[in-house]
Design a protein around this ligand. Sequence first.
Ligand SMILES: [Ca+2]
Ligand SMILES: [Ca+2]
Length: 381
Amino acid sequence: MRPILLGVAAAVGAAALTLTSVPASSAAASYPTLKVTRVVGGLDIPWDVKPITRGRLLITERSTKRLFLWTPGHRKQRVRFPAASVWAGGETGLMGLAVDPGFRKNKRFYTCQGGHTAGGGHDVRVMAWRFAKNPARAVFVRRLLTGIPSTTGQHGGCRLLIASNGTMFVGTGDAATGTNPRNLDSLGGKTLRLNRFTGAPSKLNPYYTSSNRNRRYVTSYGHRNVQGLAQRYDGTVWSAEHGPDRDDEINRLVDGGDYGWNPVPGYNQGVPMTDQSLPGTQVNARWSSGAPTLATSGIAWVRGAQWQGYRGFLAVAALKASKLMFMHFDKGGAFVGMRTPPALTRYGRLRSVTNLPNGDLLVTTSNGGGTDSVLRVHPNR
Ligand SMILES: [Ca+2]
Ligand SMILES: [Ca+2]
């Protein structure tokens, strides 16, 4: 593991250079121009979009707490959904979305959202639903995981990923509470792994045998605000997170990894995003923005030969920087370079990136005021 970490440190140091879009791959690779089509419009801060069967899409909106169904050839429609049970505030609301691999039969999908707790407070939680039609509606199945911390709604996470082995990953935020990321008994500032049917912690987790309920869910810690999760072709799971005023990060997750965010005392954001001075070993980012931040958010690995040079790159949506970056990491996970296609620099803030079965990407905008869209991106053909 040590040689890999040393290699990564070099890549992070070179990151600022790559913002000017250096050639990212071998000289032989060619990069097709990209075509962008507005698929769904009239949205307000869509947080996530996922395909279900027959080319249809489910879309969450963060602050309005609306869930939409889009059907090819038709307008979007509201899905009946208990929005009143969602707590929304600040950056928290109706957020991450995952569709069960067995959706065709079991019609299940999942949300990560703000919720109301028994004591009159609120948290962030992962919910399981069953999709029913005529009218389109979300039928409650179960609360998979509650008690992810929320305060004002700042740094609320929350991205979902169902990995190829069927395990669900949850990427959380630190809720702007300095002690959360390094506290293994808090679900904040973590990546978590659980059984998507029962909500039980995954037996693969490093602290699975802990006597503390929360700790059993923890896969990795020391994160600030995980906004993107994606699994690479080699099975590794990667995350994206926001830095404070510098150092957004792309991380490759390892079981039990400490990602080095520990903003104490209080909420002291002057500390490094990966603070190597902390006890033990901190896992360096695979890519870091340097200064300023770009607000990296959703991520997806690019699949399909039609993408030519972009194939196998990590597509990274940026909110503040208002672009989609295609990052090249080599087989060992070291950052090589990135490309920023001009076709995706004219839609304002971009939040999520989603793979479609045919390899196309869906990208959501996040400009507010009911002006937002789901964009479909593919190489010109
Ligand atoms: Ca870090
Ligand atoms: Ca250390």
